[in-house]
Design a protein. Sequence first.
Length: 422
Amino acid sequence: MDLHRQLLAANDPEIAAAITGEEQRQRDGIELIPSENYTYPEVLAALGTVLTNKYSEGYPGRRYYGGQHFTDRIEDIARERARALFRAEHANVQPLSGSAMNQAAYLACLQPGDTVLAMDLSHGGHLTHGAPVSHMGRLFNFVRYKTQHNRQGAIDYDGLMEMARETRPKLVLCGFSSYPRELDYAAFRRIADSVGALAMADIAHIGGLVAAGVLRNPLDDGFDIVTTTVHKSLRGPRAGLILCRQTLAAAIDASVFPGLQGGPHMHTIAATAVTLRKASEPAFRDYGRQVLANAQALAQALVGAGVSLVTGGTDNHLLVLNTIDSFGLDGRRAETVLDEIGITANKQVVPDDPRLPLRPSGLRIGTPAATTRGMREDDMRAIAAWMVQALRHPDDAALLVRLAEEVRTFCRRFPLPGVAAA
């Protein structure tokens, strides 16, 4: 145990014990929530540094406090690495989260009441894409488009063009939190151009896969703004990035600070810089390819077992199961059953779900975290088999106990990155 952990254990054993328990939970279980991952040991090292002591309001060369020589250097490095990795003209590395980055982007480009064309929440969009319960949904007029269930979740781009011409949005937004298919960014760009709108892509989930070159980069199709989180498929700290054209740089920066945030978290920006360097290495491209291969293997195994998948499969890292159709269980019950055997997933609405969000009809799973631990296609097939057994027999206590032990034994083969062995 390092000195910091020893001090914590001595001074706050209650919190220390909870952290140790969470380490054990992660070590003994399979993480299938597609928005979660295991970060690098180097990222954890950067997060726990004296940078957390420093206030750095403003931007490099234009701070409101003194003593910024090293913090300016760190932020400049992070911005340059983000620009290079994503081929962006400008990068802002200060957003504290995914929601904050999207809010800053909207407020940089829109006036209250302006129209935004975005994906419907139940069809895969995110809360910040105009859900009525979000502040952004009340501030702007979000017009939400849907996917086509009879065409494996495809988007009707001709219909979307007509919708844009009818509603005249100022911003055309694409991106998702639970859509398993690839997007046609060039089509979105044409739709935005047809009404004089900006084109924005939220690639929070797939930022790492875009950085790895295994999924398309919206900036290559001329998008004005691209946002991504750092902690999902990029394997970094919990933070957001905004990438944009140079013509929008001043507005974006002012929207982040002082518009929405105060002092940036410099320890997180340092950890982001470390992450971006890691993502530029050849090993990360291999990782991206394996994430997609694992998702395909998991989807094929589930479909082969008779499980109903939203859109019928996946083009990226995530899958959405219709658990009502497949097992007669709502998503909350399915999530709880899988928790009992050490597989972590999350309940999820399906397109036009008739059920409430806390007891939806589906379950969302993904492969980034499992891939980070070294799991491959055969392992995905084993995971699918455990899931199907548990969800088909949710009340068989003896079976669930046996499956939980099998999962724990399986996980011992795959060390937890950045965490010492128990």
